[in-house]
Design a protein around this ligand. Structure first.
Ligand SMILES: O=C[C@H](O)COP(=O)(O)O
Length: 251
């Protein structure tokens, strides 16, 4: 039985003050984390405010990125070792914005996945195709290749514990959601890829999120799909009421 996981991904939209206000507004209305896991992924500058205010609540904390080395002369990077020391739970890696704007490669993402596990954290690994790739009929192959590259060298036990977020690039921040059937189709491909690389037991445990214009109005339908275990939500996670409606989708 996979525990649903709804994660807000704030991107570069909040400051520490707004973070503290947000957490105070939601912390007592979150579902029990054994029923639905509520996560916020915030920029590194907001993590102290997020962690401090989330203490003792059901809110879990994710970083939006980290480096693949633990320490050293890497100006401007975020250490996974320090994220662990701070009390962070998850790290989002491989988001299409990181791949596109910051030129992160499959190899970087794989190294980050290893670094995250080495430090006792859990990765949320993003994958997803562009509109061009989808229209060329290559979405399934694209996602299968991204997932295979990201998981290279990880053990079955590690993969069973992580989260893979399928985010079609054409549905991110566009208001254009993949239909629940389109989302399910590729989330199923993600799970099948894990089954082929490892085995069915690992595939049955890995949690697969859908991301791309998820909102309170469509979350229930998406979450009703067999292979969708959660959402990675940008815009609709920035307002407390909307975030609460998402994580409390079960009612
Ligand atoms: O990480 C979240 C995704 O990029 C989705 O963003 P969005 O919900 O604003 O479309």
């Amino acid at each position: 039985m996979r525990t649903p996981i709804i994660a807000g991904n704030w991107k570069m939209n909040m400051n520490p003050e707004q973070t503290a206000e947000f957490v105070k507004a939601v912390k007592d209305q979150l579902p029990d984390s054994s029923v639905v896991e509520s996560v916020i992924a915030a920029p590194a500058v907001d993590l102290p405010a997020l962690l401090e205010n989330a203490k003792g609540s059901d809110l879990k904390v994710a970083a939006e990125n980290c480096y693949f080395e633990d320490e050293g002369a890497f100006t401007g990077e975020t250490s996974p070792k320090v994220l662990k020391e701070m009390g962070v739970d998850y790290v989002v890696i491989g988001h299409s914005e990181r791949r596109d704007y910051f030129h992160e490669t499959d190899e970087d993402i794989n190294k980050k996945a290893h670094a995250i596990f080495r430090n006792g954290l859990t990765p949320i690994i993003c994958c997803g195709e562009s509109l061009e790739t989808r229209e060329a009929g290559n979405a399934e192959k694209w996602v299968e290749e991204q997932v295979t590259a990201a998981l290279k060298g990880l053990t079955g036990e590690q993969v069973a514990s992580l989260v893979i977020a399928y985010e079609p690039i054409w549905a991110i921040g566009t208001g254009k959601t993949a239909t629940a059937d389109q989302a399910e189709e590729i989330c199923k491909v993600v799970r099948e890829t894990v089954a082929n690389l490892y085995d069915q037991t690992v595939a049955d445990k890995v949690r697969v999120q859908y991301g791309g214009s998820v909102k309170p109005e469509n979350v229930k339908e998406l979450m009703s799909k067999e292979n969708i275990d959660g959402g990675l939500v940008g815009g609709a996670s920035l307002v407390p009421d909307s975030y609460l409606a998402l994580v409390n989708y079960k009612g």
